[in-house]
Write a protein that binds this ligand. Sequence first.
Ligand SMILES: Nc1ncnc2c1ncn2[C@@H]1O[C@H](COP(=O)(O)OP(=O)(O)OP(=O)(O)O)[C@@H](O)[C@H]1O
Ligand SMILES: [Mg+2]
Length: 273
Amino acid sequence: MNNTNIFLPQSDTFLVTKEHKRFTQFCKACMEDKYIGICHGKPGIGKTKSARQFSEWDIYLQYVQRKKQLTSEQLAILAQCQTFFYTAPVLASPKKTRTQVVEGMIEFADCVREVRKQLGLSADEMVFNYCKMVIVDEADRLKMTTLEELRDLYDHTNIGMVFIGMPGIEKRLSRYPQLYSRIGFAHEFRILDTQQVVPVIEYYWKETGIAIDPNEKECSAAIAAIIRVTNGNFRLIQRLFKQIKRVLKINKLNRITEEVIETAKDCLVIGMA
Ligand SMILES: Nc1ncnc2c1ncn2[C@@H]1O[C@H](COP(=O)(O)OP(=O)(O)OP(=O)(O)O)[C@@H](O)[C@H]1O
Ligand SMILES: [Mg+2]
């Protein structure tokens, strides 16, 4: 069993944002054109979450770990999966990383084939009919020699490959001309703009059990404060709402106000954008 076995599926709700749609377009382009693509963006803005959603990774993990039966709808999704999602390890030799990726791709293709057979769909033996792309998350962790191994794997497999990392990864990779010359697309994963952030805030707000009316003055001031504090960063929005819930509970409040947000913000010690 590959290292996928040690990762747990994430069960929280996925919110479809414009940033996710842009990321999906970018991945599809890399897959179709069989290019290497680089996706870069600030921490906590949803790169990993979007990549897992695009590859339907949680459904795959749920299937291989066999802890919970998939629904027929999930099986149908898995039967169409084409992307192997890989998290770059903190410490691993270049050869070991390559082996993990190759074995993971084969295991993934086997699984999709098995599901297709179960559903009575066409299923041949070709790995690359089922694994058409690899997404490498946390690519900043990879040393040059490992990147070279993956570049060589790319040359031998005729699939798309996407590296996800922090801002600056595109500059770092540009120092390796052989890899860089194979890069077809660079994609910046952006923070949520005001238009996108409001529905996200509304979602977490409703989760607190408190009604929201953005047209109401106190409520719109609170929303504006959340935007100001989190700057459209998904991780910060989630963390802020955890604190908001705490503040509401401790103070027995049933309204989210600017004051509540300021108090909640003060509890968030690190990572403010
Ligand atoms: N579209 C989304 N729907 C729901 N939750 C999301 C979404 N995008 C991100 N999140 C949540 O926001 C948090 C941060 O997201 P994620 O880990 O994907 O960020 P990242 O850009 O990969 O950060 P890092 O650079 O630190 O790896 C996670 O808890 C994730 O579940
Ligand atoms: Mg990430």
